[in-house]
Design a protein around this ligand. Structure first.
Ligand code: SAM
Ligand code: SF4
Length: 337
């Protein structure tokens, strides 16, 4: 591996965390993420597994220490285990400290053991409800039992599991305490996510109605458990509280009600190779063109370096009464949430 000067952005934040979307496809159609009739990208537009490996390797040469594979649903991409296998060489060499993924869990029962074998020690699983009917409704086509099997398989393979739940008013607000208690019993972390205004083809009115401020959610949880704020930072936007009775940590990702940008160490690459320096801004760099322009990683590295000089200080999402301002035209399934 070539040693390179590390990536430092104009605000002196070292870039050490890459989230990479490996597909725009998914076996679910969560109502806040994808429309029912979403059109997926032609295959030629999506980075091949070889290109994904080259791209990740380029970032690792530039000092990235943690890679999160996401999507769409990463585990529906054909032969995705071979990407994990390739990337595991960087874990073995010590150049990469963590390789992980965010998944809906539907295919995890099949892949958990293999992933663990390739050095994946932790997995984030998105699950908004423990009610099978509500689960079918929010995902439009998922089965809760598949996800629960996936969770069990991940734990059996020795992986730590974190549950990510999108907080939706009128949907799972009444289940929050049950979700927390379930995670405590199952020895899993839990993080709640505020719904974000993303995607062109999702009805704004629906998502504004669904918006549940995590400040309100925290107040609700505090009525059931005594909480204290803890300074735990995982390099991401989550803030944590701890239950005083049992030490359980509860995370909150509040991109809308708090600005978390000052400690941002991450960039995202879509499955088409667009590098977004900020989740909440449109500026991007075309890594697919860089990857396809020469076989060495020279153009790629140059393009990444140049892009990082344009990483903005922060984003400007805001729910302004009934209007979504700073709304992004790309959805989470495209950017890789
Ligand atoms: N399919 C995988 C999954 O669901 O975990 C990985 C990709 S998904 C886009 C990543 C995360 O983004 C999930 O936790 C999902 O709940 C979240 N997400 C999707 N759309 C969102 C939105 N509009 N606001 C907030 N979170 C969203
Ligand atoms: Fe698929 Fe994940 Fe989006 Fe749900 S949140 S539709 S599982 S990509």
């Amino acid at each position: 591996m070539k040693k390179q000067a590390p990536l430092i952005d104009p605000f002196l934040r070292p870039i050490t965390y890459l989230r990479v979307s490996v597909t725009d496809r998914c076996d679910f159609r969560c109502t806040y993420c994808m429309s029912e009739n979403i059109k997926f990208l032609p295959k030629k537009d999506v980075l091949s597994l070889e290109e994904l490996d080259r791209m990740c390797t380029g970032f690792i040469e530039l000092g990235v220490k943690k890679i999160r594979v996401t999507g769409g649903e990463p585990l529906v991409r054909r032969d995705i285990m071979s990407l994990f296998e390739r990337l595991s060489r960087h874990l073995n060499s010590g150049a990469l400290e963590e390789l992980t993924l965010t998944t809906n869990g539907s295919q995890l029962a099949k892949h958990a053991k293999t992933l663990a074998g390739f050095g994946v020690k932790r997995v984030n699983i998105s699950l908004d409800t423990l009610d099978a009917d509500k689960f079918a409704r929010i995902t439009r086509r998922g089965r809760l039992s598949d996800v629960l099997e996936g969770i069990a398989a991940a734990k059996a393979a020795g992986m730590r599991v974190k549950i990510n739940a999108v907080a939706l008013k009128g949907f799972n607000d009444t289940e929050v305490i049950d979700l927390i208690e379930w995670c405590a019993r199952e020895d899993m972390e839990i993080t709640f996510i505020e719904v974000m205004p993303m995607g062109d083809d999702i009805d704004d009115a629906l998502r504004i109605g669904d918006y549940y401020s995590l400040l309100d959610l925290r107040d609700h949880i505090a009525k059931h458990f005594e909480l204290r704020d803890i300074p735990l930072r995982t390099g991401g936007p989550a803030r944590y509280v701890e239950r005083i009775d049992n030490g359980q940590k509860i995370g909150f990702i509040t991109p809308l009600s708090h600005n978390f940008c000052e400690s941002c160490n991450r960039v995202r690459v879509t499955c088409t190779g667009d590098l977004y320096m900020c989740l909440g801004q449109e500026d991007k760099a075309d890594l697919r063109a860089a990857l396809r322009s020469d076989e060495s990683n020279e153009t790629l590295v140059k393009t990444i370096r140049e892009a990082i000089t344009r990483k903005p200080k922060g984003h400007d999402f805001d729910y302004d009464r009934q209007n979504v301002s700073g709304k992004m035209s790309r959805s989470m399934s495209h950017t890789g949430g």
